[in-house]
Ligand binder design. Structure first.
Ligand code: FCB
Length: 467
């Protein structure tokens, strides 16, 4: 697409009610893992194990958001960002996962929410962005069906405390990633491996996804309740039956499984026979328990995957052909830049009769940013965002019910096993000095989000003077 096409992008093309924000997660920014009564989460534990994180880094300080949230929210406001998605740290609120509530932890989120509201920033809260209390992991964590009760207790504590001020809730962040990376591959916390962990954890997380939604709805039927899914547009490597079938299996696991469970479609045993092992953990009431009518789904997209048949890969018999092998330019995560993928995904999700409303709850890119003379000239990130925002508009104009877009992320932060190496922020962090520098992409987003009062006044007059 031509450069002009993007520079013509206008916020007003999306309509006044379109939600523009940024996303983040507690563990990636807060730091202060043991402040004011907080106890360890699985990520605190995992990140201190040898060899798990890039260069042995940890998130003990991260962006020091726990102490600097006021400064960061002011910066956000100065960039015209009016919607902020963040997550609660379960082990700040219930340090042992259940039982004794930590008032100081709740107070932190009270202050954060109140500060958002005072600045005119709407909070969007994720209940679970991967940081299970370590105490619960020691009881089996997601593999133990008891987690249904632990999670319910946590959700109730959160919604009864914050439900008066927080109207927008997301139950889980990307179940497939914390289950796949954390309970099958062992490369994320808690470092569990194999189907024997993945299958029960998957089932219990799917139950919690719906149960969390129901608890929120029971508390207040006017809350805006969603959950988020990682998704990648999947295509077959070669034009041959085997690769199409492999692509279909991967699509089913990556893009469909968790959404379809909430919609009442059940498990896709036909495409993914290995999921049949779930029967061992499945109770009669689960058909109902798994379902919940979400007000919206948050889709989180960064790239596409090209998939080929691979008989040697257990369970899936499929593998992806990396972008670098296809000689393509990638982001600092090695991910292909392919904005049309987001367009196809928006269409795909919109076609489900049970999907009422879609938000792009994460999208963004890591590039090797450099701070030179007080500036970060991240032209590539700016172009990436413009391309993905442009296809969001294209989908919206074709009738897709997409109503919001959140950049991942506001500031650079701790990118899980990759540590601080990948920088995803609109704002650069000089970690040594804890300084914030708005990157050029952030300046672009700020200007893009600027609305003029003149525009609004014209709209207002055209309505009020209509005869
Ligand atoms: C998503 C995660 C988020 C961040 C981005 C880059 O999978 O939800 O925490 O790591 O990727």
């Amino acid at each position: 697409m031509e450069d002009n096409f993007f520079s013509d992008l206008k916020r007003s093309d999306f309509g006044e009610n379109f939600i523009w924000g940024t996303s983040t997660a507690a563990f990636q920014i807060e730091g202060s893992p043991f402040a004011d009564g907080k106890k360890a989460s699985i990520w605190d534990e995992f990140s201190h194990k040898k060899g798990k994180i890039y260069k042995g880094q940890n998130a003990d300080i991260a962006c020091d958001f726990y102490n600097r949230y006021v400064e960061d929210l002011r910066l956000m406001k100065s960039m015209n960002i009016k919607h902020f998605r963040f997550s609660f740290s379960w082990s700040r609120i219930l340090p042992d996962g259940t039982g004794k509530i930590n008032e100081a932890g709740l107070n932190f989120y009270d202050r954060l929410i109140d500060q958002c509201l005072a600045l005119g920033i709407t909070p969007w809260v994720t209940l679970y962005h991967w940081d299970l209390p370590q105490a619960l992991e020691e009881k089996g964590g997601w593999t133990n069906r008891e987690i249904i009760n632990w999670f319910s207790e946590y959700v109730k504590v959160c919604v009864s405390r914050f439900g008066d001020r927080v109207k927008n809730w997301m139950v889980l962040n990307e179940p497939l990633v914390f289950l796949g990376a954390g309970h099958f591959l062992g490369i994320h916390a808690p470092g569990r491996r194999g189907v024997k962990n993945f299958i029960p954890a998957m089932h219990h997380a799917s139950l919690c996804q719906a149960i969390g939604g129901r608890i929120l709805r029971d508390f207040d039927e006017n809350l805006n309740i969603g959950t988020t899914f990682s998704c990648s547009y999947i295509e077959a490597f070669r034009d041959r039956e085997k690769d199409y079938k492999a692509a279909n299996r991967v699509d089913c696991l990556v893009n469909r499984l968790f959404l379809e469970l909430s919609l009442g479609y059940g498990y896709p045993f036909e495409e993914l026979a290995f999921l049949k092992r779930v029967e061992k953990y499945y109770k009669a009431e689960d058909d109902d328990l798994l379902q919940f009518e979400f007000d919206f789904i948050g889709i989180q997209n960064y790239t596409r995957e090209i998939v080929k048949n691979a008989w040697w890969i257990p369970y899936l018999q499929a593998t992806n052909v990396k972008a670098e092998k296809r000689n393509l330019q990638t982001t600092d995560m090695g991910w292909e830049i392919y904005s049309d993928g987001l367009f196809h995904l928006l269409k795909k999700y919109d076609a489900y009769p049970g999907v009422k409303n879609i938000l792009v709850s994460e999208n963004g890119a890591a590039f090797p940013d450099q701070l030179i003379n007080g500036q970060v000239k991240d032209e590539e990130r700016k172009q990436y965002l413009q391309q993905y925002i442009a296809v969001t508009l294209k989908a919206k104009n074709q009738g897709v019910n997409v109503n919001g877009y959140f950049v991942w992320s506001f500031t650079d932060n701790f990118e899980w096993a990759e540590g601080y190496r990948p920088r995803f922020g609109l704002v650069y962090i000089d970690y040594e000095r804890q300084q914030r520098i708005i990157k050029n992409s952030g300046l672009w987003y700020r200007d893009f989000l600027k609305t003029t009062s003149i525009q609004k006044r014209t709209n207002y007059q055209s309505i009020s003077f209509k005869s």
